[in-house]
Ligand binder design. Structure first.
Ligand code: ADP
Length: 557
């Protein structure tokens, strides 16, 4: 329930569209209901008049009921069409809202707060769960509320003829629309949850398997994985089959109730007609009206099932939305800087309570315009120092300042304005070289891109490609060599002349010759910037003016 209230809160800006769709949906149901009741009455009344001789035929008004039938038939078509238009528009708006909201929620959580999640799980939440949440409006909100509105009006209309028929109709609608779906929903809740969970797990397996295809094949692990996936698939199918059985039983129960109600209303109305309390033509009116009324509750069993899936998806989405960011976003804008020195005074950082400190009492000054190298073995805390500076992770003790202001007055978005990173892991997106460069500066002109490629010594290669800047780089840059990929990162850094440049193991994975070439082309980029280079290799350190050594989170030299 709380999840639904939060969902409703997210949808509030689109209340007008939502209510419009609801009104049109209710109107469609009612138009059909009155079309059927009026037709039933009209046919019967006309037939009775036909038997009654000329005088009665002349007195009978054929025109008004015939016009009414045409009116309701046209109204039904028109309102159904308008309903589809409005509810689709509302659905797309809600989907856009949900996606943007969730993305905006995720952004401040990355990378620290999200590191415990599988990327496929996040993907599944971002795509499948959001789509499921989006079913709420079309599959739950509209059918449930329009069924309630239509039920009240239809039974009220029946009561004008016979209170007994109205009560029978109401009972039938409640059983079909609420009781049966509630019972089937309860019976299917566990299976519904299994479907969501197994689908997410399978998706994770598949993504992992595709990413690690090479390893799976060379280590001969593919058959085991296939078997595991097949087992997951069997579980998913079993849960889906269970759900299908339950919904089949629900449909049978609904059909039975509808026909019982029809029978009961006909008997009750027949009794009244025989006693002279109702006109003969009112009998088909009530009978056809009953049959038509059940259209209002037909989508409700599905609505209950969707509701289960939606609640599960909402729980998964809100679980992420409620994660606290490792570094809270700033309420006030970050300070304006005059200089760009970083000063750490006895700073310690641990990734989570109970874990060992990754940085222990670090005191260090990185002067503006200087080139500082940090070296140390794997696990020494070098990357942690970058995480600290970029405000990805919070430090617990000590004092840190950047540009003369407390480091805590910046969030990661604020720091990103001052810092560019060239890393062994600099990510290349599965798109063109152009798009990968535009990431650094969305407004870069073609001339600027070529100039950056020149500096990065990649222009020759790109020019030699048939598609030039529009050459696709492949997934994570798979179509480029390690050195070329590193040079795209370098070109990005040229396009983004921030005061700080961080080199994170810039030559890791390159052979000695490529490393030397890369460093030679990197050197001009360091001019006039504050540079922090973390590496355990000697060659990049040669470009630095001061070098510190880290070991087990402590500065040792
Ligand atoms: P280096 O970059 O020098 O190889 P790191 O800064 O990555 O070292 O790691 C320092 C210590 O912090 C290591 O013990 C590592 O296991 C731990 N660590 C690094 N990143 C994380 C993280 N995101 N969450 C928890 N522990 C981490």
């Amino acid at each position: 329930m709380r999840a639904l209230i939060r969902l409703a809160g997210l949808f509030r800006p689109f209340r007008g569209w939502m209510l419009g769709g609801l009104a049109l949906s209710s109107l469609t149901i009612l138009a059909n209901f009155w079309l059927m009741t009026l037709s039933g009455w009209f046919l019967a009344a006309a037939a009775i008049t036909g038997l009654a001789g000329y005088a009665a035929q002349n007195a009978f008004n054929f025109f008004s009921p015939a016009a009414g039938v045409r009116f309701f038939a046209t109204l039904r078509v028109g309102s159904r069409y308008a309903e589809r238009l409005v509810t689709h528009e509302a659905t797309f708006r809600l989907l856009a809202r949900l996606r943007v909201w969730f993305y905006a929620t995720l952004e401040p959580l990355a990378p620290a707060a999200l590191q415990g999640f599988r990327s496929s799980d996040l993907l599944s939440r971002l795509v499948a769960d959001i789509d499921t949440l989006n079913l709420f409006y079309l599959r739950v909100y509209v059918p449930v509320l329009s069924a309630i509105i239509a039920t009240l009006i239809m039974t009220g209309f029946f009561a004008l003829f016979s209170v007994q028929a109205a009560l029978i109709l109401l009972a039938g609608l409640v059983v079909t629309g609420a009781l049966t779906p509630y019972l089937t929903g309860r019976a299917g809740r566990a299976a519904g949850r299994d479907v969501v969970r197994e689908t997410a797990a399978l998706r994770g397996e598949y993504v992992d398997a595709v990413l690690g295809m090479g390893e799976l094949l060379t280590y001969g692990a593919a058959p085991a994985l296939l078997e595991r996936a097949a087992r997951g698939n069997t579980r998913l199918l079993a849960a889906q089959a269970h759900l299908a059985k339950i919904s089949g039983a629900g449909m049978a129960a609904s059909g039975l109730t509808t026909n019982f109600a029809l029978l009961a209303v006909t008997l009750a109305a027949g009794g009244k007609v025989a006693a002279g309390h109702l006109g003969t033509a009112d009998l088909p009116l009530l009978a056809l009206g009953t049959a038509a009324a059940f259209e209002a509750v037909a989508p409700l069993p599905a609505a209950f099932q969707y509701l289960g899936q939606i609640l599960e998806a909402a729980q998964r989405i809100f679980a992420i939305a409620d994660l606290p960011p490792a570094v809270p976003p700033l309420a006030s804008p970050a300070p304006v800087l005059e200089h760009f020195a970083l000063v750490l005074d006895d700073v310690s950082l641990r990734y989570a309570p109970g874990m060992a400190q990754a940085l222990r009492g670090i005191s260090l000054t990185i002067p503006e315009g200087g080139r500082t190298g940090i070296t140390g073995p794997t696990g020494a805390g070098k990357s942690t120092l970058i995480n600290l500076l970029l405000r990805f992770h919070e430090y617990q003790t000590g004092h840190a300042s950047f540009g003369g202001h407390d480091l805590r007055t910046y969030d990661s978005a604020a720091m990103a304005r001052y810092v560019t990173i060239i890393s062994q892991r600099s990510h290349l997106f599965h798109t063109t070289i152009r798009d990968n460069l535009l990431l650094a500066d969305g407004a870069a002109t073609e001339a600027q891109m070529w100039q950056a490629l020149e500096v990065a010594q990649l222009a020759g290669f790109v020019r030699a490609q048939p598609r030039g800047l529009d050459t696709m780089v492949g997934e994570t840059g798979a179509r480029l060599s390690g050195g070329q990929a590193r040079r795209v990162a370098l070109a990005r850094a040229v396009l983004r002349p921030t005061p700080w440049l961080i080199l994170d193991e810039p030559t890791e994975g390159l052979d000695a010759t490529t490393e030397q070439d890369f460093l030679r082309d990197l050197a001009p980029l360091l001019e006039g910037r504050t540079v922090l280079c973390i590496t355990h290799r000697a060659a990049p350190l040669a470009l630095m003016q001061q070098v510190y050594a880290l070991n087990e989170g402590r500065l040792v030299a």
